[in-house]
Ligand binder design. Sequence first.
Ligand code: C2E
Ligand code: CA
Ligand code: CA
Length: 572
Amino acid sequence: MDDLRYQVDLLTAMNQKISADESMYRALCEQSNRAFIYIQPQLNVVKTLGRWDEFFGFRPNELSDLRSLMSVIDDDYKEVAGRAFFPERDGKKESLIEIPIYNKKQWVEIHTSVSLNSDDTAAVKIIAFRDITKMHDYKEELTYMAYYDSLTGLYNRNYFITKLGDFITKAEKENAVVSVLLVDIDEFHKINDGMGILTGDEVVQNLGLFIKGFLGDNVIGSRFDGDFFALAIYEPIGNRSVDYIYDTLMEYLKKPMVLTDNNEVLLSVTCGVAEYPEASDNPLQLVNCAEIVLFKAKDTERGTLRFYDKSLMNEFINNVNIERKLKDAVRNMDFSLNFQPQYFADSKRLRGVETLIRWNSEGQFISPAVFIPIAEKNGSIVAIGDWVLEQAIKAHMEWKAKFDFDMILSINISAIQYRRQDFVSKVIGVLKKYEMPASELEIEITESVLIEDFNSVTAKMEELRDYGVKVSIDDFGTGYSSLSYLKKLPVDTLKIDKSFIDSLVDDESSKIITETIIYLSKKLGYEIVAEGVETNEQFEALKDMSCDLIQGYFLGKPMTYDAIEDLLLRLI
Ligand code: C2E
Ligand code: CA
Ligand code: CA
């Protein structure tokens, strides 16, 4: 009896444990984000666990119910799924697939595992379903991001270059041309800064949309980044020729772009073109060539379409070399100074000298007209400018000590230097260090300085002039400013650009302009310098127009420190 009770107790305990285990497993299954089927085919046992209702809205209870499972699977995937449910038929113990259900509304991962009977039929089979819709969407997004630009839907740079490579491969076989046309919005930063990034994005999107209009079998498009677009055109002819695309784009940009906030912007773009096979047969290099063309056009002919040519490339390579050598030269301050005398036109008396930097790189003279713009781009102009300022003032004070001669020292100042906050204090610092009278120093700035914020430009000029330093406008007449604008600026001297002097004698309009500039500047109280005076004829003409000062090869070329010393020696 006791024995029986013991047996019953044991069974009850075991059952309790089993049902406790089962509810634990069930809870675990429900908790996991999976749905399971447990099948013993021979015994016709089908058990379901987990999230059936959420995944499929039903639970299979017997083998025949599995058919309704097939019905939710998208048609294209039915066969794959069918095989995946029976890995044993392929001699395998498991299978793993990812398929869409309910017309791609959902994605599931299906993992089937079987244990086999001795005759290789399935004894027990467990099929687990996992909802991977989110992961799948994410994967698709990643794939999209790997190839496309999210703002415009155009190809991204990498994918564009891959596709361009395909064009080139095809063109090699078919003897065709492939053009790369780059389009960059001029002064886009002004739109971004002035109207906000969202407006900037809208502008980019609109232009992107317009560019999409050119795309087709033989034309692909990309946004590289920012406001920078690219088109690659296979065999550019007819309405996919570069000229046609450019003209159409220009027509579109003639009208202001109306934005969603009803603001309007008028855009201009600069374009650069390089073509296979002329420029390169490598897609990346071809794009680089077009970029170099575009950057060059941005510098000199904004708002135009420019084509690749060899000389431009050579210039670029040359500049890259110069930039490399310039870095070393700046490190060692491997420069020297020349000084060009300036004379009073009426008396031919020496007024002073203009400081001009010189650079001999490995025995080769490189003009400041070439390397100063490079130094301005890479920022080394600041260090160079500091050096020039100090060396020139030092030289000036040495001459002053030796010859006790009153003269003006002019120094060219780049817009980059002038723009810096510490510019004025730096100048004053060096003047103090060498005890140079401020009234003997003149700084020459070009009109490009004046494009900057008017108030800060004039504030610096006033500070310098209050201290006694003269301010001169260099290359006058080539830039943007008119005399009426200049009237508002506190400057002392104007230097009429050499281009007017060059044509002074032969060209009546140059003569009239020069005459007028001289007349008006004198009325406004400026001292006026004519530079680049090469002949006696020019000299006499300028003297007749009452030009104050003359600088040029006719009276004196730029010369070394020692040559200036000789000159001063003769004067005392
Ligand atoms: P710039 O300030 O207009 O200097 C006058 C240029 O004309 C100098 O060229 C000078 O040598 C040249 N020149 C003077 N008289 C004549 C003439 O009668 N005929 C001809 N054909 N040329 C004449 P350079 O020395 O090659 O300088 C070129 C430019 O480089 C300068 O133009 C100036 O903008 C810049 N530069 C020179 N030195 C410095 C410097 O120390 N700092 C900065 N920021 N720029 C400098
Ligand atoms: Ca100058
Ligand atoms: Ca000049």
